[in-house]
Structures are given as C-alpha cells and as structure tokens.
Design a protein around this ligand. Structure first.
Ligand SMILES: NC(=O)C1=CN([C@@H]2O[C@H](COP(=O)(O)OP(=O)(O)OC[C@H]3O[C@@H](n4cnc5c(N)ncnc54)[C@H](O)[C@@H]3O)[C@@H](O)[C@H]2O)C=CC1
Ligand SMILES: C[N+](C)(C)CCCC(=O)O
Length: 521
C-alpha cells in the first residue's frame, strides 16, 4: 500500500490495523510509496510514461507522491484488460452485479475514516466534510446495486402474432476522468452506475489528487469484480487524450472545467462516442425578503464555503432582496467569521487549505480585481498562516464576502472556484430572474422564500440543472445532477443515469412467413 509514520510495514488495506493506523494519522506524516496505477486487479507501475507530476499535501505544502503519467502503451494495456473483464462482467445478471456492489459499499462504509483521512491529506478539505463525501460515495454504490436488476426492456405486440422487444445493454469500456475537488466521490459517482449497467471502467483522477481512487479499486477487487473491471491510470492532459482517443473506449464521462470539456467533446466526436460532461458553474442563490433568514444564512454558507469554495455548483452570486440585504449581510459576516480554518485533520476545523499554491494565487487575484472594479471586501479574502508551524507552507485563506458588486464585474461573471461570495441586491422577482439567468453557465440555482407558489414559479424559470428550494448543496444520490448550457450535459446520480451508461437494442421476431416484393410469381 504505502508507508507512513504510523503504518510502516503494513501492506494490505484490508487488515484492520492498517485502517486504524490511517484513520489515526496526523497531518505531515503521509508518504505514498506504492504504485498508483491499478490494472488487472493489482497496483502496478505504468508500462510507459509521458512525464511526471507531483501531488501535494495542501495542508503543509509537502510533496506526498511523484506520479509517472501513463503513456499510450499503459493506456492500451488498461483498455485491453478492461475489455477482457467486460466480457465476464457483462454476462452476469443484475442481481449478481448487485451483490458485488453491495459488498463494495459495505467495505467503503467500514473503512470510512481511513478513506476520509486519505482524502483530507491529499485534497485539504476538512475531515468532517471528507466523511460526508464518503457517505455519499457508498450510498451511490448501494443505490446502483439496487437498480442493477431493474435494467429491463419492453415487449411490444405486432400484427400477425409477431412481436418485438428491447434489451438495455452495456456500452463496453467506459472512461471516467475526474477533477480534484471530490476525488473519491467522483470516482464512485462515475463507476457505480457504469458497473451496475455491466460496463468496465478506466478511471483517471486529477494528477493533484491521485491517491483515493486506488482505495476504491482495491475495494472493488476485494468485493469480487473481475480483475481489470475497474482500472486506474494516472496523469494529466496527455494521458486523458490517449484514453479519449482509444478506439476501444465506448464512452467518456468527464468532470472538470469548460475548456477541457470542449476538448473532450471534440475528441469523442471523432470516434462518435457518447460523453457526459459535468462542467463548471456560476450559480445564483436568490434570497427573498419573506425567507426564514437563519436558514437563508446557513444556505448561503453551504452554497459558498464547502470544500474551501472549490465546488462546481456553488451559489456564488447571492441575490438578496433589498429590504433584508443589510440584515442578511450582517448575519452572513457574523457566521463566516466563526468558521475555523486550520489543520484539516482536526475534528473542529471547518475550512482547510485550497488545493495548491497557483490556485490560491488565482483566487486571491480575483479578489484583487474585484476591489479594482469597485467591490468592497467586507470580510476575509486574505492568505492565512495558521499558528501551527507545520502548516506554515499550506495554502490557506480566509473566506471572503464581497459587497457593492454589480452584474458586469469579473467576480460575478467568472467561476472563481474558491471561498468568495458576491452579494448583490435586487427588487423584483422578474428582475432577479433575468439577472440570475444572464450567464453562460447553468449548473445549479437556489431560492429561499416562504411563498410556495413563488418558489416553484422561480424554479421553473431558472436555467439550471438543479434548483434547491430552501437549502443548498445537498446531493442525495436518488436525484439526478448535471448541467444546463455550458455547465454540460448528461446526468450523474438518479435512475436516469442508467440510460447514460447503456444502449438500447431492438429485437424484431417474425411469427409468420416473410412477405417480400421480390417473390417470384
Ligand atoms: N459539474 C461538476 O460536477 C464539476 C465540475 N468541476 C469543474 O472542474 C474545474 C476544476 O477542476 P480541474 O481539475 O481544475 O479541471 P480540468 O478541466 O483542468 O481537469 C479535469 C480533469 O481533466 C483532465 N484533463 C485535462 N486536460 C485534458 C485533456 N486535454 N484531455 C483529457 N483530459 C484532460 C485533468 O487531468 C483532470 O483529470 C472547475 O471548473 C469546476 O467547476 C469540478 C467538480 C465538479
Ligand atoms: C456534493 N456537492 C453537491 C457539494 C458537490 C458535487 C459536485 C462537485 O463535484 O463539485
């Protein structure tokens, strides 16, 4: 597995002491030593490489792993291996696949603390949040385990006793490409429906967060998937391209930025491969004056500061109705000041470091530009150095609240992907709808109001894939998640995702004689 200060010499994920050792690990101790690719049911060094990438512990700035980016040869081996596993897995019944996925879900639940700890070390989010992410991960496996046996077609009666039926069949080898903000959750949200439908998957995590997908791969193997059904290749853009361009890859599911999404779609178009694109956002959160203010303030914090604000569906444009904007702003600032920033592995921390140094600089650059364009920084927005000396080189900042914002400012138009909330005031429902929809993105939107008719009227008009009424950023696996407009298409979670990982075959059955215009007289 890997060696670390508390786990030296322990080599199997499945030995209880290993789990206990990882769960008890402290910041600044982890070093990844074992291979980070996974093929044919085991960790392997890649067969070839197209460069290296360094992965960090954002809390301390330490390098925890140097990755060999998989080259064309390694990608081809992973595809070949996945094809072989697909032959076995796709022949299994839904109930047989269900049993394996349920066992994998059980193992994730059992190892929740260890997985969450690894996620926190590599991503920087608080352990409190990482545990919630692991919950949404095993829930996803359980949910699709339950749906696996429901993959069924239709029987259609035709004239003369003939009939037709449809079969819902898997696609083959699917590729999952992930972002760094929810590494384990993204791997589960893609692989669970893919595997439930009978596909194989090759997953490429972001090179910033290579570690936790391997834990999932080991769990799948231990739970009983055929070797090769879930492979992991590591690397950045070049490795991603080898995957998307491979002729034996049937589908690509991508989570990441809009510019990369465009490239993925272009590459997939050349092979006529279906794609799912989960891209960025600049979502509106609309707070009407008749709302429950305490809940609206909680919602605004959830909409902006989870995972240090590095969340695609965050409601960063907070539109507040004129009458309550002062009261709301005062309360939001009061609650934001209370957020404890620091060592993400400590139980009471609620905000850890951002993913890396360049990203921290980028986010701070947005705040500087906002000030130049006339916004007021009401609170935060500064780099932060925790008192613990081991955290000195981590990538921390204080959560930021901007007021005096207007719709044309860069901080209101562009995705910042950091803890920066822009507050804007509005007067009427018609006005706020127009302004909320004035964006090229359409991932999510939120509404706080006590008026039930207004809530549904506004939800119907918002151009967004998910609308939250009187809450924000909750993501039950039963509900589909995905974008409108440039935030992408296709869905993750929910029953509908089975359609994105399968194809429909029509079978016609003739019960009479063939009637043909070419018959001899
Ligand atoms: N809608 C959603 O569910 C989510 C969207 N995002 C979006 O992702 C972005 C942040 O994530 P990043 O990792 O920085 O995004 P990114 O687009 O830079 O990278 C995403 C993944 O694509 C890979 N990649 C990069 N270039 C590629 C290429 N040419 N071909 C194939 N693969 C390539 C990367 O190595 C990484 O694994 C934000 O814009 C955010 O909004 C993030 C999480 C969820
Ligand atoms: C879990 N949730 C809703 C907070 C975020 C999921 C989408 C993402 O990966 O950013």
């Amino acid at each position: 597995m890997f060696l670390c200060a508390v786990g030296a010499g322990v080599t199997s994920l499945f030995r209880t002491p290993w789990i206990a050792a990882v769960a008890a690990m402290s910041t600044g101790t982890f070093v990844q030593l074992e291979p980070l690719n996974y093929r044919d049911g085991a960790r392997v060094e890649p067969a070839d490489s197209c460069g290296t990438e360094k992965a960090f512990e954002p809390a301390t700035g330490r390098v925890i792993a140097t990755l060999q980016c998989s080259g064309e040869k390694e990608v081809s081996l992973a595809v070949k291996n996945a094809k072989a596993a697909f032959k076995v897995w796709s022949k299994k019944s839904g109930m047989e696949r269900c049993e394996v996925l349920l066992e994998a879900a059980r193992m994730i639940k059992e190892q929740k603390d260890a997985i969450a700890t690894m996620e926190t070390i590599n991503n920087g989010k608080s352990i409190f949040e990482a545990r919630l992410d692991v919950d949404t991960s095993w829930q996803c496996l359980e949910y699709y385990a339950g749906l696996a046996a429901s993959m069924a077609g239709e029987h259609v009666q035709l004239p003369g006793g003939s009939f037709g039926y449809t079969r819902r069949e898997p696609l083959g080898v699917c590729v999952g490409i992930g972002a760094w903000n929810y590494p384990f959750q993204i791997a589960c949200w893609k692989s669970a429906p893919a595997l439930a439908c009978g596909n194989a998957m090759i997953f490429k995590p972001s090179p910033f967060t290579p570690v936790s997908a391997l834990l999932l791969a080991e769990i799948y193997t231990k739970a009983g998937v055929p070797p090769g059904l879930f492979n992991v290749v590591q690397g950045g853009a070049a490795t991603g391209q080898f995957l998307c361009q491979h002729p034996d890859v049937a589908k690509v599911s991508f989570t990441g930025s809009v510019p990369t999404g465009v490239k993925i779609m272009e590459m997939s178009a050349k092979g006529i491969k279906p794609v799912t694109l989960e891209l960025g956002g600049k979502s509106p959160l609309i707070i009407f004056s008749d709302c429950d203010l305490e809940n609206a303030v909680k919602g605004a914090l959830l909409a902006n500061f989870l995972s240090q604000g590095q969340v695609c569906c965050n409601g960063t444009r907070v539109f507040v109705q004129q009458e309550i904007v002062d009261k709301f702003t005062e309360e939001v600032v009061k609650q934001t000041k209370k957020i404890k920033i620091g060592d993400p592995l400590l139980e009471d921390t609620r905000m850890g470091p951002l993913i890396n140094g360049p990203h921290l600089e980028r986010v701070c650059g947005f705040i500087k530009l906002a000030k130049e364009q006339g916004a007021t920084v009401l609170y935060g927005g500064e780099q932060y150095v925790p008192t613990d000396p081991k955290l000195k080189f981590g990538y921390y900042m204080t959560p930021c609240i901007l007021t005096n914002c207007s719709d044309g400012m860069t901080c209101v138009r562009e995705e910042i992907f950091g803890p920066v909330m822009s507050i804007l005031s509005f007067e009427t429902e018609a006005e706020v709808l127009e302004r909320a929809n004035d964006t090229t993105f359409g991932l999510a939107a939120g509404i706080f109001t006590r008026d039930i008719q207004r809530a549904h009227r506004v939800a119907a008009e918002l151009q967004a894939g998910t609308c939250y009424i009187n809450n924000y950023n909750v993501s039950p696996v039963e509900l589909p998640f995905g974008g409108y407009k440039k935030s992408g298409f296709g869905r993750e979670n929910g029953r509908v995702t089975l359609e994105y990982y399968s194809q429909l075959k029509t079978v016609y059955v003739e019960m009479g004689n063939v009637e043909s215009p070419f018959e001899s007289q």
